[in-house]
Ligand binder design. Structure first.
Ligand SMILES: *[C@@H]1O[C@H](CO)[C@@H](O)[C@H](O)[C@H]1NC(C)=O
Ligand SMILES: *[C@@H]1O[C@H](CO)[C@@H](O)[C@H](O)[C@H]1NC(C)=O
Ligand SMILES: *[C@@H]1O[C@H](CO)[C@@H](O)[C@H](O)[C@H]1NC(C)=O
Length: 449
């Protein structure tokens, strides 16, 4: 069905009749919008923010809508229907913290779900976003972590959020920029999901990140860690953060902001000042988190780091304090609401277990000492996944660690499967089933809905 309608839309004569109708989840209004405001039958135009109104199914008549989800799999196209509550009905209020728990309207709120860095970065249309979020929501997830950045020097048509011309950055507020991110938020909410949004990246991969700021502002090949200290760079990053965060201050679909994915002293290249220490990144984290709080008092803030400990002399390097992160010290920063840890024993040269369960236990101890929530917000094992994840989930449950988000969600979309780095979890797989059981168990532990 979806493939067919796409083909038809390429033929102008056939689309003429329906050109005036905005499809479900399409944009129907907002500042600067010049298109049609007539929503497809069964949906109504709902204001998400001043920049974006969207056709939401059933919005005008009922608080519950039936979303028909079509997904293409290797064996053909299947259609399933899932029932989901509309954004205005289910996603309201801001997630807060109380001790080591998250809360929503003073009730326990369980953070469990997945990472989907790709959902707002690969030109997926709202129908594909809908499938992606439906697949995640069907596990019982409440939360999705995603990228709120893509720094480009040469826009190539893919969704991006900031482009650089020499040392001048321009935030992309257009249809393949922040308006696209508006879609991400709206479709997530349609499935009752909230987003943790990460605002830059330690790693120079396809999406730019810290090194783009450093290279464009200070010269190609400048030290990665100047991102944390150079006042020109800090000002540029704050400008971006301000534009992005301001747009969503009143948006309940955002759970929280993260300063960066996996900040470390070293980046993807060897360019380093040689002077970066733990205090370099914690000073930066304190400044930027306070800045976000000054713009947005509604949302939670975390660093987005891997949770490295500072225990010099420990035989395991992620405990040694050599990477620029001190998990315990950072949890002391008052403008940071929760802590995060990542867990990749294969890349760290450790066995999945007992290293993995110990890593979770040690962070649960730090969580109790700080009295703030701590989440295992990325984890992956390249082999024996179901058995290994079962032990990690069991440890999360028994230690009281606040929550977890698996790396990473996978879906079969119109043009094929979403990116798979060896960790992607597609519907129907053993790990997907395990995730579903785990989400239910975590909610039962927390006494959350
Ligand atoms: C930031 O980098 C610029 C360009 O290299 C330099 O002129 C300036 O002194 C640096 N500022 C700080 C605080 O490091
Ligand atoms: C965190 O703050 C507490 C209370 O001020 C202090 O006792 C503790 O040493 C701090 N921890 C770290 C690692 O800085
Ligand atoms: C798979 O992981 C489980 C849990 O850590 C472990 O007990 C088991 O030995 C592992 N199996 C293999 C083949 O690695």
């Amino acid at each position: 069905m979806k493939r067919l309608s796409r083909l038809l839309s390429l033929i102008p004569a056939i689309t003429l009749a329906s050109a005036q109708t905005v499809p479900i989840y399409g944009q129907c209004g907002g500042i600067g919008f010049t298109g049609s405001t007539i929503c497809a039958t069964g949906s109504a135009c709902v204001v998400a923010n001043p920049y974006y109104s969207q056709c939401i199914p059933g919005a005008s008549t009922s608080s519950v809508s039936s979303i028909s989800v079509t997904s293409t799999t290797g064996s053909g196209t299947t259609t399933s229907t899932s029932t989901s509550t509309s954004p205005t009905a289910t996603v309201s209020g801001f997630v807060k913290t109380s001790g080591t728990q998250f809360t929503l309207n003073d009730e326990p709120f369980t953070v469990v779900g997945a990472n989907s860095y790709w959902v707002g970065l690969m030109n997926y249309d709202t129908a594909d976003m809908n499938t992606a979020f439906a697949d995640i929501a069907a596990t019982g997830a409440t939360t999705v972590r995603t990228w709120g950045f893509n720094e480009v020097t040469t826009p190539d048509g893919v969704a991006y959020y900031q482009s650089w011309s020499g040392s001048t950055p321009t935030v992309n507020t257009g249809a393949n920029g922040l308006e696209n991110f508006d879609n991400v938020v709206a479709v997530a909410k349609a499935h009752g999901l909230r987003l943790i949004v990460t605002l830059t990246n330690n790693w120079y991969d396809l999406y730019g990140g810290m090194d783009v700021y450093v290279n464009q502002l200070l010269g190609q090949g400048s030290p990665h860690d100047f991102f944390y200290t150079n006042t020109t760079v800090i000002a540029a990053y704050k400008d971006y953060v301000k534009t992005f965060v301001s747009r969503y201050v009143n948006e309940p679909g955002i759970l929280g902001w993260e300063l960066a994915n996996e900040p470390r002293c070293l980046g993807s290249t060897s360019a380093t000042s040689g002077t970066c220490t733990i205090s370099t990144i914690s000073t930066w984290a304190a400044e930027i988190s306070a800045y976000i709080k000054s713009i947005d008092a509604n949302h939670l803030v975390a660093i987005g780091d891997e949770g490295f400990f500072n225990d010099p002399g420990n035989p395991i390097y992620v405990y040694q304090g050599s990477l620029g992160i001190d998990f315990d010290a950072n949890l002391n920063i008052s403008t940071l609401d929760f802590g995060t840890l990542h867990l990749y024993p294969d890349s760290w040269g450790e066995p999945a277990n007992p290293f993995g369960t110990q890593w979770i236990e040690d962070h649960a101890t730090a969580m109790l000492a700080s009295n703030k929530p701590v989440i295992l917000e990325e984890f992956g094992s390249t082999s024996n996944q179901s058995a290994v994840y079962a032990t990690w989930y069991s440890t999360v449950l028994s230690t009281g660690l606040t929550g977890d988000l698996i790396w990473q969600a996978g879906s079969d979309l119109t043009n094929g499967p979403t990116p798979n780095d060896g960790y992607a979890v597609y519907p129907g797989s053993d790990v997907y089933v395990l995730d579903t059981q785990h989400a239910a168990a975590l909610k039962a532990r927390d006494g959350s809905a």
